[in-house]
Design a protein around this ligand. Structure first.
Ligand SMILES: [Zn+2]
Length: 241
């Protein structure tokens, strides 16, 4: 059901959907495609729903503005000095250094992502940088998966993981119980990486996004919703090569 309220000079349109979990609360989501969804108990009145949206109107308008802003900034990468690249949620400025006689290397130093390559052309830099991201992703994800799995009573052995580049997905869980993670997730903040890992770990017990699945995830990670929204909002930025 679609509805709207007026806030200042703008209209906020939203879709009302019945609550999937934990029946009593009204929850508001601003999705990365700039749609607003209000999760409400089936018996919530129109008035109650509109009041809830009005109360969060400032936050909704801010989130929508951020999404607009983010879209403007998503440009294809050129791999030149001065460009912004992300690592564990932080911005680094790329610095390209041509070193014809030494092996290529990548270093994080004082807010800079320094890439030394024999020939400073975009394709070479991109390749070198991507393999660096993948090495980092591999070791960071393994360590974190091990730590998080260790705190979950129903997991007795850390599941195997594989890095799989996906265009629109951060992770998945195979029927045989191994976890695939998108290496570009290493560009996201640590809390977002934890969220994706916990999301997949819950699939080891509940394979679908059923009510039982969300009950499990809520128990393991009660604050996952805003973290997911944050990651969704950055998806385009982090997945752009
Ligand atoms: Zn899932």
């Amino acid at each position: 059901m679609r509805s709207a309220i007026v806030y200042g000079e703008r209209q906020i349109q939203f879709d009302v959907v019945p609550n999937q979990v934990l029946g009593t609360k009204i929850r508001i989501h601003v999705h990365p495609n700039a749609t607003v969804e209000v999760e409400a108990p089936i018996d919530a009145s129109q008035k109650l729903i509109r009041e809830a949206v009005a109360k969060r109107a400032r936050w909704i308008v801010t989130r929508l503005a951020e999404i607009d802003e983010g879209r403007k900034h998503v440009l294809p990468r050129e791999y030149i000095s001065g460009e912004t690249h992300f690592y564990l949620g932080r911005r680094y400025q790329l610095k390209v250094i041509e070193t014809p006689h030494t092996p290529s290397q990548v270093q994080l130093k004082a807010g800079l992502l320094r890439v030394s390559v024999p020939h400073a052309d975009a394709a070479t830099i991109r390749r070198r940088l991507n393999s660096w991201y993948k090495e980092r992703a591999d070791s960071y994800f393994r360590k974190r998966l091990d730590e998080l799995a260790g705190t979950i009573p129903w997991i007795d052995k850390t599941p195997p993981i594989k890095l799989v580049t996906m265009r629109k997905q951060w992770g998945s869980c195979t029927p045989s119980g191994s976890i695939n993670l998108n290496p570009w997730l290493i560009r996201a903040p640590r809390e977002c990486i934890d969220y994706v890992i916990r999301h997949e770990l819950c699939h080891l017990k509940e394979h679908n996004h059923s009510k039982a699945y969300y009950r499990l995830l809520d128990k393991l990670d009660p604050a996952w919703r805003p973290v997911k929204s944050r990651l969704d909002g950055m998806a385009e930025l982090l997945l752009t090569q």
